[in-house]
Design a protein around this ligand. Structure first.
Ligand SMILES: [Zn+2]
Length: 344
């Protein structure tokens, strides 16, 4: 088969289109003939290495998100899966330990994300455990189906499982054009919360409003913390959805209302965040760390995707062989929504 391999640490040019052996499904696994894959910021980390963290994944096929058709099953898997259209749940875990069985499979000692601990979806075929398959929403194209699992799962875990967002609450979402931002706005709206969002360029303001944000700020030229305080009568917001880290952390903490919750799933601008501790205890704030979401949560949100209440937003579609060009678009932050790779 053909696949995209990370050859070495570096820019988009290290993504190399080449012929590799077609994988065979092991016990409990299936092989999926991919029709689309989607980019996540995680793929960029896997290419560049994380500052103060793990290096690049040399020799690995990246890609956590994918949709396609099951073409082969391994030993012990129901052959009825063959020819079914599926989306892939990107979190892989043992399925047997206490963490897995209690719905916290993200804390399984064997937990890994597809395309990180094992070969991912930038390929014509991928093998995954059968437990990682979901039926593809019939109303979606393959490109749209590949565009929702990781980011909607992440946003759902942040807002529903951890921050427990309530109707009528207010939520601030940083980076409305990012995958997590697009998902978080919609999940917060689904729970009847009022959403304030930020974008990095004026061209994206309108798109964020269309997704349901009540107000949108350009964080490159507006003081988000002051704007939020002004709009809420100095009270602040009940929930902040953080994934940018160092550049926004202080504003995020100060934007919180009493008993507010800051939930974070990433630190794309840097890992350090100073926290004003008097705000933290006097206002009785909560800071919640979030990583991916459990397999069951993807099943929980699937009906909302099936019925159109949550909808993936596709920024652009590129051929799989053009993955480097797609990564360039993500590096330059030109996108709004998911950058998708089409597998022909
Ligand atoms: Zn486990």
């Amino acid at each position: 088969m053909h696949a995209v391999i990370i050859r070495q640490q570096g820019g988009p040019e290290v993504l190399h289109w080449q012929e590799v052996p077609t994988p065979e499904p092991g016990p409990g696994e299936v092989r999926v003939r991919l029709r689309a894959a989607a980019l996540n910021h995680l793929d960029v980390w896997n290419r560049t290495g994380v500052p103060d963290g793990p290096g690049a994944l040399k020799g690995r096929i990246p890609g956590a998100d994918g949709a396609g058709v099951v073409d082969q099953v391994g030993p012990g898997v129901d052959p009825a899966w063959v020819d079914r259209r599926v989306v892939i749940n990107p979190g892989i875990s043992c399925g047997r330990c206490q963490a897995c069985l209690s719905g916290w499979d993200t804390l399984c000692r064997e937990y890994t994300v597809l395309g990180t601990g094992r070969d991912g979806t930038y390929a014509e075929y991928v093998t995954v455990p059968a437990a990682n398959l979901l039926p593809m929403p019939p109303r979606l194209s393959f490109e749209e189906a590949a565009a929702f699992p990781l980011t909607f799962l992440t946003a759902w875990h942040m807002l529903v499982a951890l921050a427990r967002v309530q109707p009528g609450e207010s939520v601030l979402v940083w980076g409305a054009g990012s995958g997590v931002g697009v998902a978080a706005i919609q999940v917060a709206r689904l729970f009847s919360a009022q959403v304030f969002a930020t974008v990095g360029s004026d061209e994206k303001l309108e798109r964020a409003l269309e997704l349901g944000a009540a107000r949108v700020f350009n964080h490159t030229n507006q003081d988000v913390h002051s704007e939020v305080k002004a709009l809420t009568g100095k009270r602040g917001v009940d929930v902040v959805v953080e994934h940018t880290g160092e550049a926004t952390w202080d504003q995020s903490v100060r934007a919180l209302a009493p008993r507010g919750r800051l939930v974070t799933c990433g630190a794309t601008t840097g890992p350090n965040g100073a926290t004003h501790l008097r705000h933290l205890f006097a206002k009785q704030l909560q800071i919640l760390g979030s990583y991916m979401g459990s397999k069951s949560e993807l099943w929980e949100l699937l009906p909302h995707v099936n019925e159109g209440r949550l909808r993936p937003v596709v920024d652009s579609v590129h051929p799989l062989a053009g993955a480097a060009e797609a990564h360039r678009r993500m590096d330059e932050r030109q996108h709004f929504g998911k950058i998708v790779l089409r597998v022909d």
